[in-house]
Write a protein that binds this ligand. Structure first.
Ligand code: G3I
Length: 335
């Protein structure tokens, strides 16, 4: 039996992958998952809108199926996520009259949600992304002006960690965000983490989402981020790794849907080199990096096909659309 990523990395950290209920039911994909990975993150199934669509109704089916698959096969599970500004159900922030609820009511709803979800999977989910993406996209601002923030101020962040810890004192609790290697974002994330640590909030770790590209981050920025966050005594995980083959600046522009494929052999090689570089850093920091999770299995399905425009195919992962290992796979396991 040939080795998978998890075997190459067994002396370093678990290697995870984001999954849907469909991927674990698909025989080819589930076989690949079991060969290569030893950790799962539900890509969408545990987010608040899908799992808690109405105040008195939870929809456990998809999340349960992923946790059951992990239990049967001995994989660990990261819970994603408990508090976010996206994929949040409509009922959460409003009362019967359609007016915004008070801070007391919103925190009560957050607490009920966290207690119910965390408690259901206690002992089966070892880590939770408690708060996701609370920092503003505007580099001159600090916290994102979400409804969470408008109603609760920064308290929702503190409370979310307290509730999660109360619900499962053994769970490893994460703050999770993107673009954390960019100096301006890094410093704002650091400021938030430091506030939480100084206030003795039960936070254990920080997730670098790692939605990267062929030329970002640089090795220096990646190392600086890992060192800066871990200086607070926090572990670091790579929680949503993928590597767009389009440069970020181009990603940001208004591309036409269907704009054609630019996955040239040069781009494929550059991607393999960039994957080699980041994994070398992860190995070097193995005492801090406690896991690396890819944001999907193969180039067959990736959120980057929909973002920033629908209909432009992207190739950000280690396996191609036929689930075959790419050059980037070889570069990650050759060390
Ligand atoms: O399930 C519904 C379906 O019922 C509906 O008919 C259909 C119509 O649009 O939408 C389906 O939901 C979609 C969902 O994925 C499941 O496929 C949503 O529209 C779509 O927006 C959603 O996208 C997810 C996105 O988060 C939401 O913001 C992506 O799959 C998921 O990969 C992405 O993941 C996020 C992380 O959670 C946080 N960090 C960034 C990362 C990438 O955006």
């Amino acid at each position: 039996p040939s080795k998978g990523l998890k075997d190459y990395y067994d002396k370093y950290f678990p290697i995870g992958v984001a999954v849907s209920p469909y991927s674990i039911k698909n025989p080819k994909e589930s076989a690949l998952i079991l060969k290569e990975f030893n950790s799962l993150t539900p890509e969408n199934a545990m987010k608040m809108a899908p799992i808690h669509p109405e105040e008195n109704r939870y929809n456990w089916k998809d999340a349960d199926s992923i946790v059951a698959f992990a239990q049967v096969h001995g994989l660990r599970v990261r819970g994603h996520n408990l508090c976010w500004h996206e994929q949040t159900p409509k009922w959460l922030f409003y009362d019967q009259q359609g007016k915004l609820v008070t801070k007391e009511i919103l925190l009560k709803r957050l607490k009920d949600h966290i207690f119910t979800v965390v408690n259901r999977y206690k002992g089966k989910i070892y880590a939770w992304d408690v708060v996701n993406e609370a920092i503003d996209d505007d580099s001159t601002k600090f916290l994102r002006n979400s409804l969470w923030y408008q109603i609760c101020g920064e308290d929702f962040i503190f409370k979310a960690f307290e509730y999660a810890h109360e619900a499962d004192p053994k769970a490893v609790l994460f703050y999770n965000d993107y673009n954390t290697e960019r100096p301006e974002k890094r410093e704002r994330v650091y400021k938030l983490l430091k506030k939480l640590v100084d206030a003795k909030v039960p936070i254990n770790a920080v997730g670098l989402q790692a939605h990267w590209s062929l030329d970002e981050p640089t090795q220096k920025d990646l190392i600086t981020t890992i060192e800066r966050f871990s200086s607070l005594g926090l572990k670091v995980q790579i929680t949503e790794l993928d590597m767009s083959v389009y440069p970020w600046e181009k990603n940001r522009r208004d591309l036409r849907p269907g704009e054609s494929d630019t996955y040239t052999p040069e781009a494929e090689q550059k991607q393999a080199d960039q994957y080699a570089m980041v994994f070398k850093v992860f190995r070097q920091y193995k005492s801090v990096v406690s896991g690396v999770t890819f944001w999907n299995i193969s180039d067959k399905h990736t959120w980057l096909d929909e973002y920033p425009v629908k209909g432009r195919k992207n190739y950000p992962l280690l396996f191609d659309q036929n689930l075959q290992p790419k050059k980037a796979y070889q570069s990650v396991v050759a060390f």
